[in-house]
Design a protein around this ligand. Structure first.
Ligand code: NDP
Ligand code: DXP
Ligand code: MN
Length: 379
């Protein structure tokens, strides 16, 4: 039985993780969870069903209500509460399904408390990939990606020698506006941008997908996960999202992992790694699948992906700057404060004006930079 600590339990990945856990009562036990404020009825159902030992609430607005309903559960609150959950003194796997930079510190604290990590929160690796890799090695824990492309590449790499890799390829659906030229982006709305063609996901990543920032974050995430230079990390538009990731070896043979777009597959693999357990989802049927299509990535059409490669190469605080600017710009867009194209502009301008890079920043440098950029962008 594996103990599971789930951060971001009320979100898209969080709820799908719960769905997976519920299919395997003999294998996984939810012992800790963090929950937001979106749906209290759903939160109460989760707590009734799983009876976790510790629960982190986003704020204390309904703390008393929860404490009365679940007197045997320990409740903690806010950012400090996330750290208490991450460091809970019990072995287990921490699933980080938080959205954004808030995910970084709990990941680090969980590593220090020797928990294995199943990581959906890609922002963690974008901001502090070098430090995370160092701590993962130092504390001897596993870091397993949930992000579908990286999870697929992890599967394709199992049993292979890193020296035999020629390149890895991350596929991109193209997002909500993949068929629109740049000129048409002037008039797109929030509602349009939130319509992802293939995946049902949280709002922030859905917008990142429409700007192609998501692929940029994923390229940096892959650099840290697989310890590959950026010229060995490729992206291609694959609008069906059936192939999630590929590894090409030096002899030109290529391994690809396929499946319908359903996050329960990579989530289960991250929970059961390196085993593949039964999963009751739509079986892949090649006969009805039809044609799989591929288009070269257009870096002029998607300048944020081009920026991410540049920022990744520059290293230091640059990925944190890009990530913080993007997180703020997307929040402003979702709040109807800026237009879709202003997301790109804010992110590019912020990176261009940044002059205080540090080659090997400490965690404190990264957190301070993240906070300063987030506060400054859009002001
Ligand atoms: N959704 C997907 O299919 C995929 C997601 N990812 C990555 O996984 C992560 C989560 O994505 P997704 O599930 O879509 O996002 P959601 O927005 O659906 O869920 C995010 C979760 O984090 C919680 N949260 C956000 N901010 C805070 C905070 N400050 N304090 C405490 N809790 C907080 C939310 O609470 P609340 O309920 O209140 O909003 C929610 O539980 C992201 O990094 C994303 O890039 C990667 C691949 C696929
Ligand atoms: C499901 C998943 O892993 C997302 O990160 C997905 O990749 C988003 O789709 P895009 O390919 O459009 O970015
Ligand atoms: Mn992905």
């Amino acid at each position: 039985m594996k103990n599971i600590f789930l951060l971001g339990g009320s979100g898209s990945i969080g709820l799908q993780t719960l769905h997976v856990i519920e299919q395997y009562p003999e294998d996984f036990k939810l012992v800790g969870i963090s929950l937001g404020n979106r749906n209290h009825a759903s939160n109460e159902l989760i707590l009734t069903k799983h009876q976790p030992l510790i629960v982190c609430l986003k704020d204390d607005s309904r703390l008393g209500v929860y404490q009365n309903l679940f007197p045997n559960t320990e409740f903690v609150v806010g950012d400090e509460g996330l750290l208490s959950l991450a460091t809970y003194p019990m072995d287990g796997l921490l699933v980080n399904a938080l959205m954004g930079s808030v995910g970084l510190l709990p990941t680090i604290k969980a590593i220090e408390s020797k928990k294995n990590i199943a990581l959906a929160n890609k922002e963690t690796l974008v901001m502090a990939g070098d430090l995370i890799r160092k701590w993962v090695n130092q504390y001897g824990v596993k870091l397993i990606p949930i992000d579908s492309e990286h999870n697929a590449i992890l599967q394709a790499l199992l049993g292979e020698d890193k020296d035999d890799i020629q390149s890895i390829t991350i596929t991109a659906s193209g997002g909500a506006f993949r068929d629109l030229p740049r000129e048409a982006l002037v008039q797109v709305t929030k509602g349009d941008a939130l319509k992802h063609p293939n995946w049902q996901m949280g709002a922030k990543i859905t917008i990142d997908s429409a700007t192609m920032m998501n692929k940029g974050l994923e390229v940096i995430e892959a650099h840290h996960l697989f310890e590959l230079p950026y010229n060995q990390i490729k992206t291609v538009i694959h609008k069906e999202s059936i192939i999630h990731g590929m590894v090409t070896f030096k002899d030109e043979s290529t391994k690809a992992i396929l499946g319908y777009p359903d996050m329960r597959m990579p989530i289960l693999y991250a929970l059961s790694y390196p085993r593949h357990l039964n999963l009751q989802i739509k079986p892949l049927d090649l006969e009805t699948l039809g044609t799989l299509t591929f288009k070269p990535m257009d870096f002029e059409r998607f300048p944020l992906l081009k920026l991410a490669y540049k920022v990744g190469e520059l290293g230091g605080l640059y990925p944190t700057v890009m990530n913080a600017a993007n997180e703020k710009a997307v929040a402003l867009f979702l709040n109807n404060d800026i237009t879709f194209l202003e997301i790109e502009k804010l992110v590019i301008d912020t990176v261009e004006h940044f002059k205080d890079n540090i080659e090997s920043p400490s965690l404190e440098d990264i957190l301070r930079c993240n906070h300063e950029i987030y506060e400054k962008v859009g002001k």
